[in-house]
Design a protein around this ligand. Structure first.
Ligand code: DX5
Ligand code: ZN
Length: 219
């Protein structure tokens, strides 16, 4: 197993002081910065776009992990490349030509991720593994921070881990939604090597302590 990567989601940060909030998780020992983009169509809320991504880029040297919860994600890719994104993840459910979209992200020299909602089978990405740098399994229905982990997703983590190992793929397996002190051992035990944690980090007084605690409890 690779070393566990922890990617706090800035969705739960204080947007009025986002630069400081990014610096705080950077200093607190996170591995990546998870950036949730919502368009009010693929998911109900509207959050933040490439201009905000560009604004926080100068506040950290750590990888910016952009999670596009948007329809027509191809229209956003170049803007996020220019805004300094390192990893760009699209939803399988939003891509008619998924292979093309993943190759398009890679054509900019960026890492390409594909995300699956809880109801979407792992097998839907089996045939694009040759151009996938990360599978992101949603363990809540996307749209909001602070939701409860859907335990039925744990068997999808096991299945995705097996699929990546059998394919000889070194792609990351990321899990997003409801990951906290109570659920992280289940998520990592099932085979995830990267976890997103929004409220479990940002809704605490000491981000460094929260990240340390998550690492410890991951086992
Ligand atoms: C949900 C987002 C998540 C969210 C995670 O739609 O993709 O990244 O912020 O928040 P928590 O960790 O609070 O479930
Ligand atoms: Zn996310």
């Amino acid at each position: 197993m690779k070393n566990l990567l922890i990617a706090p989601s800035i969705l739960s940060a204080d947007f009025a002081k986002l630069g400081e909030e990014v610096q705080a998780i950077d200093k607190g020992g996170c591995d990546w910065i998870h950036f949730d983009v919502m368009d009010g169509s693929f998911v109900p809320p509207i959050t933040i776009g490439d201009n905000v991504c560009k604004a926080i880029r100068s506040h950290t040297d750590k990888p910016l992990d952009v999670h596009l919860m948007v329809n027509h994600p191809d229209t956003q890719v170049e803007a996020f490349v220019n805004a300094g994104a390192d990893i760009i993840t699209v939803h399988q459910e939003a891509c008619i030509h998924l292979e093309r979209t993943l190759q398009y992200i890679r054509s900019f020299g960026k890492k390409a991720g594909v995300s699956l909602n809880p109801a979407t089978p792992v097998s839907t990405v089996q045939n694009v593994l040759h151009c996938v740098d990360m599978i992101l399994l949603m363990s809540v229905n996307p749209g909001y921070g602070g939701q409860s982990y859907i335990h039925a997703v744990t068997e999808k983590i096991v299945e995705a881990r097996r699929m990546l190992d059998e394919a000889g793929s070194s792609a990351h397996l990321q899990v997003d939604g409801g990951v906290n002190n109570a659920t992280i051992a289940e998520v990592v035990g099932a085979g995830a090597d990267c976890v997103v944690a929004g409220s479990a980090v940002y809704n605490t007084p000491d981000y460094a302590q929260a990240i340390r605690e998550l690492r410890k409890l991951a086992g």
